[in-house]
Unconditional design. Structure first.
Ligand code: SF4
Ligand code: SF4
Ligand code: FES
Length: 745
């Protein structure tokens, strides 16, 4: 398609607005209410343009370009009109200090450099303000966490209102009143705290005027550098931009170019990185227990004490626990040290009880290789979505945005679980179940689909006749009635699954753990086969998948599903080395305990040596997010105190013990070795990790139905009960007051 803007011929993509095409080709058309992630609003009228053959002017942000269109975007007449519109807008904005002659000065915002209003003023250069201010909206709210709302600076562009409702699915903000009294705010002027606000900061980031400002910026602090990092606070893998001043983190914000988060974050990534990194419970020096008391020591001394305890025959038996919140490099070095260096008796892996591990184990029981990779953006294609008991905005914030996007396009959301979740307001059905009832419910859905002959394609899949016979024999409806799940609750979802394809099934740890876990997984697997649906296991650690692949390479994951099952909490070990707060012990379980963490944790009380580990912002490495996407991050700030990266600690300890094979100089060295060893990483290079680098995954597409009665009897793993707000030894919703307030603890 060809269009002309101000005489310039442009080859343009289809289905784009005039404004988008102009932006794509570096042509500036002023705009205030437009934002690339929002539905066009056409409220501010600053983007008006003339189109040859059309009367009057049209808003470029809401007018689709057509082949052969001739657009004038900067005629003197347009500029005059825009200037008048801008003067009207600025009459309500003390930032009319931007106009010479107005007395009040614009309140500086932290992201003034990124705000659109000053840029538009600079472009249009209004030189008078002939409109009297109405001052109809002077509300200034400073009583919520993280950011202030000074509505005397609001220009009513509605970006905050729209991002909160269109993208975040919250609708905490709205246009209140009408006409000259129109104002943005919460319903009835309540606190954001009382308005379901998630404190994601999305409104703050799109505000063009300075009406919303971050509290952390109000002291007039301006960053002197910026560095990107991958957030380690959950499994989504958001790309964050850290704003720095003199080498310290001032603030964090979501990076627009983040392939997973596309400029969005949750409260933790948006507001709490700094608080977490500089938290008072950080361990900044090694500590060694002497005469019953932990005392600060040098690295030399701490490593020597550990080496002495680990080296001799008396050190046996040894147990170690690795963390899925560490980088791939940290986990690889740790496991290599334990298995090859120490020949440890047990290496526990926190991710062994994760939904991904359980799904993979289920496949193995069924002689199937189950692929684990997916793309969060695929969920947006689903037309019916079943979520089992997960409070997605808290546990899977970016997945929630995609689920919500699908809902806005017409998908039906079905919630299954015991608790009434906040996202119920977006759901078509909530099926209240108790743990253990899921299998019967899923069987009921499968049976309805079979009886409505909706399984024609599924009939070609191995095991279908047995599966069908099993269901037809099973008095599943009686069972559901006896469980108190009324017919209308499951018939409606069955109808959605029948008519609205593809479906997506999202399940977390609660669905697949415990005695009913394997049967639940089998029933869900069958339903997904019947409906060609997506199975999405919801893990919450930042590197569960990386840890899973590395642990699998070291071939122990299936044998040792969880700490209690392995008896690690019984004092049968001479030495215990913990890379993080898991498992947590009430009593000392071994003669000699090493704790390596960034924060003092519950196990600090029983530790003989504590080693300070750097946080993700202070290290370089790679994480594999929930999708299987490999992402690398570099050191953004110097480690606090004497803390060091996990791989570095292990390398120094191994060298002190005279072990070979640990002469790594940097994270790239470790990754280079790892990618030559661990199959899922094979052939990858840390230097060439792109936004679209995914782990190698199971290729086989062999599918068959799992029949109830087929043994799937692995002892249910009691692994790490992950809490979405725990990062290493820091329980953010307990230890950071603002998050404690938001989570209501
Ligand atoms: S912080 Fe997020 S949830 Fe709260 S009002 Fe702003 S956009 Fe809405
Ligand atoms: S905690 Fe998760 S969703 Fe929040 S910013 Fe970090 S990675 Fe993104
Ligand atoms: S940006 Fe087009 S009308 Fe506001």
């Amino acid at each position: 398609m060809k269009i002309t803007i101000d005489g310039r011929q442009i080859d343009a993509a289809e289905k784009k607005t005039i404004l988008e095409i102009a932006r794509d080709h570096g042509i500036f058309i002023p705009s205030l209410c437009h934002h690339p992630r929002l539905v066009p609003f056409a409220g501010c009228r600053l983007c008006i343009v003339e189109v040859k053959g059309r009367k009057g002017v049209v808003p470029a942000c809401a007018t689709n370009a057509e082949d052969g269109m001739e657009v004038a975007a900067a005629t003197p007449g347009l500029q005059k009109m825009r200037r008048q519109i801008l003067e009207l807008i600025l009459s309500e904005h003390p930032g009319a200090g931007l106009i010479p002659g107005r007395k009040k000065a614009c309140v500086p915002g932290p992201n003034d450099g990124r705000r659109d209003l000053p840029k538009v003023v600079e472009y249009l250069k209004p030189d008078r303000s002939g409109f009297p201010p109405l001052d109809g909206n002077p509300d200034i709210r400073t009583d919520d966490p993280f950011f202030n709302r000074n509505y005397s600076l609001c220009i009513l562009c509605g970006r905050c209102v729209r991002i909160c409702s269109e993208v975040r699915g919250v609708s905490a903000l709205a246009f209140n009143n009408r006409g000259p009294k129109t104002a943005v705010g919460t319903a009835l002027g309540r606190h954001l705290m009382d308005s379901h606000c998630q404190f994601c900061g999305a409104c703050l980031d799109v505000c063009p005027s300075g009406a919303l400002t971050e509290k952390a910026a109000s002291a007039g602090t301006a960053p002197d550098a910026e560095k990107n990092s991958i957030c380690a606070f959950c499994g989504q893998g958001c790309l964050l931009t850290l704003e720095l001043k003199q080498g310290r983190i001032l603030r964090s914000r979501p990076a627009e170019m983040g392939p997973v988060n596309l400029g969005q974050a949750c409260v933790k990534g948006r507001f709490l990185v700094r608080d977490a990194v500089y938290h008072q419970s950080r361990i900044v020096k090694p500590m060694v227990r002497k005469n019953g008391r932990l005392q600060e020591s040098s690295w030399e001394e701490a490593l020597k004490v550990i080496a002495q305890n680990l080296s001799g025959a008396e050190a046996r038996p040894i147990a170690m626990a690795s963390s899925a919140q560490d980088s791939c490099e940290d986990i690889y070095a740790f496991q290599k040290f334990g298995r090859h260096g120490l020949k440890a008796d047990h290496i526990l892996s926190a991710e062994a009880g994760s939904p991904q591990a359980r799904l993979r184990n289920f496949g193995r029981d069924q002689n199937l290789e189950v692929p684990l990779n997916f793309k969060i953006s695929d969920i947006g294609r689903a037309r019916s979505i079943i979520v089992f008991g997960e409070n997605l905005p808290v546990t899977q914030p970016m997945i929630w945005l995609e689920v919500y996007r699908a809902i806005r396009k017409g998908a039906k959301l079905i919630l299954v679980g015991p608790e009434e979740l906040s996202i119920k307001r977006c759901a078509s059905v909530w099926i209240k179940t108790q743990p253990g009832q899921e299998q019967a419910l899923l069987g009921g859905l499968s049976k309805v689909l079979i009886e409505s002959n909706n399984s024609v394609d599924a009939a070609k899949i191995d095991g279908f006749p047995e599966f069908k016979k099993h269901l037809l024999d099973f008095k599943v409806f009686d069972v559901l009635a006896s469980l108190g799940i009324p017919q209308e609750k499951w018939l409606k979802p069955a109808l959605f699954l029948e008519k609205r394809k593809p479906p997506a099934f999202l399940f977390g740890a609660g669905f697949c753990e415990g005695l009913s876990g394997p049967a639940n997984l089998a029933a869900l697997w069958n339903l997904a086969l019947q409906t060609q649906g997506m199975l999405i296991p919801l893990d919450s650690e930042c590197n569960t998948r990386g840890a899973l692949e590395i642990s699998a390479f070291f071939q122990r994951i299936d044998d040792h599903p969880g700490p209690t099952d392995q008896g690690v909490d019984r004092p049968v070990y001479q030495t215990l080395y913990l890379a993080g707060p898991w498992p947590a012990f009430d009593k000392k379980p071994a003669e000699f305990v090493v704790v390596q963490d960034s924060y003092r944790n519950k196990n600090s009380r029983i530790a003989d040596v504590i080693l300070p580990q750097a946080t993700f912002t202070e290290s370089a490495g790679t994480f594999v997010n929930i999708e299987g996407r490999l992402q690398k991050f570099e050191r953004a700030v110097e480690p606090m105190g004497e803390s060091k990266s996990g791989w570095q600690i292990i390398s120094e300890l191994a060298r002190k013990m005279g072990l070979e094979g640990f002469a790594y100089k940097n994270a790239s060295d470790v990754f280079h070795e790892l990618s030559g060893q661990v199959p899922a990483f094979r052939g990858m290079s840390r230097d060439h990790v792109s936004h679209e680098t995914f782990l190698l995954d199971a290729k086989t597409d062999i599918k068959k139905f799992a029949v109830s009665g087929v043994p799937m009897s692995k002892t249910p793993a009691r692994g790490f009960a992950s809490d979405p707000d725990v990062y290493k030894g820091l329980d953010m919703s307990r230890d950071i007051p603002e998050l404690r307030l938001i989570r209501g603890r």
